[in-house]
Design a protein around this ligand. Structure first.
Ligand SMILES: [Zn+2]
Length: 326
């Protein structure tokens, strides 16, 4: 009886746990209002019940009901689980909050801050594996990735970085050997360079992939497969993966003026077994005439290399700030 009275008295003071948190499709979700409160942001509806914006002085986050992405200052970041709704409020999965929002908005919460000196560049494909091709335009992926990687190498060396390449020439390298190479030289960052191709020639733009956090589906999948239910070496760097990927993707989108296909998640072999942060860049669609022509030119490849370098330098700047040396 005493307990009952006590609970009755405390009732109005207790946080409204049901509204702030909910279990949706077996996953813990938190309301965007709660997240706004934790991040010191203001929340407002763009469209009541469907689209919500969290805003602070420098940052705007936009969420849309049922979508598996958010917009951070206008740039698309993919989530593991869709934005949901509970009691008229939009909700985000706790795992997405922890593995995407917190690393991007409050990275000071993560330690230790990695150093950045030895960077491994991984030109995709090579040798017997040409990768994507556009025969009409006379381009293939393995040649472009190697060319762009060499350009990035030269540029980064002028900033004092130690650059290692998984291949320097047109040779075939097995997928597992690529992260193994990075691990062997104790890399601080791994950047794999690729180009896309699809049947629909209209599709264009750039996208970047980082390792999918444990217990979340990858961008291309909507359900939790067996491979999602465990942690991989690449998950040790979850916060730094997303931070590095964010800076590289946004630098490409800003500088190249192409379609932003977003920062995505995948358990690619080259990312899964890395001991250091890693990003896989898809620098354009060879199946798209305009992008293939742009990448055929020295200026086009130079601009892409410059953009990736800028992204890496912005990531470095962020690490310096976090280490208190900014
Ligand atoms: Zn590729």
């Amino acid at each position: 009886m005493l307990l009952f009275v006590l609970l009755l008295a405390l009732g109005p003071l207790l946080p409204q746990a049901t509204a702030a948190q909910a279990t949706i499709n077996g996953s813990t979700y938190v309301s965007l209002d709660t997240i706004a409160g934790q991040l010191g942001m203001d929340s407002a509806w763009i469209k009541r019940g469907e689209e919500c914006q969290l805003k602070s002085r420098w940052t705007t986050l936009r969420f849309t009901l049922h979508k598996r992405w958010l917009m951070l200052n206008g740039e698309r970041i993919y989530l593991g689980l869709p934005v949901a709704s509970n009691r008229g409020q939009l909700m985000l999965s706790q795992r997405d909050f922890d593995t995407t929002i917190r690393p991007l908005l409050t990275p000071t919460q993560f330690e230790p801050v990695p150093k950045l000196y030895r960077i491994v560049l991984d030109p995709g494909h090579g040798g017997k594996d040409p990768g994507a091709q556009n025969r009409t335009r006379g381009v293939n992926e393995k040649t472009l990735t190697l060319d762009v990687a060499h350009r990035i190498k030269r540029k980064l060396e002028t900033y004092g970085y130690k650059i290692v390449m998984t291949r320097e020439t047109d040779t075939f390298i097995d997928l597992p050997d690529r992260p193994a190479h990075a691990n062997r030289v104790d890399a601080d960052l791994f950047v794999s360079i690729h180009f896309n191709a699809v049947d629909d020639a209209r599709v264009s733009g750039v996208e970047s992939y980082v390792m999918t956090p444990a217990y979340l589906p990858s961008t291309s999948s909507s359900s939790l497969t067996a491979s999602a239910r465990k942690s991989y070496p690449g998950n040790k760097n979850d916060p730094w993966n997303v931070l590095a990927g964010y800076f590289i993707q946004t630098a490409m989108v800003r500088n190249l003026g192409v379609t932003d296909r977003g920062l995505k998640r995948a358990r690619f072999a080259v990312l899964r077994d890395l001991n250091c942060p890693g990003v896989l860049v898809e620098g354009g669609f060879l199946s798209n005439g305009a992008e293939a022509e742009r990448l055929k030119t020295t200026a086009g490849r130079e601009k892409l290399a410059d953009s990736i370098v800028e992204g890496i330098l912005l990531y470095q700047k962020k690490l310096n700030i976090l280490r208190g040396k900014g």
